[in-house]
Design a protein. Structure first.
Length: 131
């Protein structure tokens, strides 16, 4: 369902969706989130980013909620911001359950230079599955 939401909003610029983290490494626990890395050919504008985050709330549940969905953690990068590599790299969008309250109240984090993106991209390069 998350893939369908991503494709609906980012279809025009979507390059790849990678599943990585505990779902691939074999460490998925009952409250683990699903880690997705999305690469796009162009940075999404603010209205697109906001609409995507609001729709992702519908297919993600807070940890321990016991609902139908697992928590999602989604990171979106524009290919031109990570190839060729530069540090720190720019993250276009990040979605996670810790942002649920902010998103529902209309507060959306902007694109940022993210020092932790190097670690995330390394994990995804080492062990991921293209969806």
């Amino acid at each position: 369902h998350a893939r369908a939401v991503i494709e609906r909003h980012l279809a025009a610029t979507l390059d790849t969706i990678h599943l990585f983290g505990s779902a691939i490494d074999g460490g998925l626990k009952p409250d683990s989130d699903i880690d997705l890395l999305v690469t796009v050919s162009a940075a999404p504008n603010d209205s697109l980013r906001q609409a995507l985050m609001l729709d992702l709330l519908k297919v993600s549940s807070p940890p321990g909620d016991g609902g139908t969905w697992r928590p999602l953690e989604l990171t979106v990068v524009a290919r031109s911001e990570v190839v060729p590599w530069r540090y720190p790299a720019r993250r276009e969008l990040q979605f996670g359950e810790w942002l649920r309250h902010d998103i529902l109240s209309g507060t959306f984090e902007p694109a940022v230079l993210d020092h932790d993106l190097a670690i995330l991209l390394t994990k995804a390069r080492q062990h991921s599955l293209a969806l």
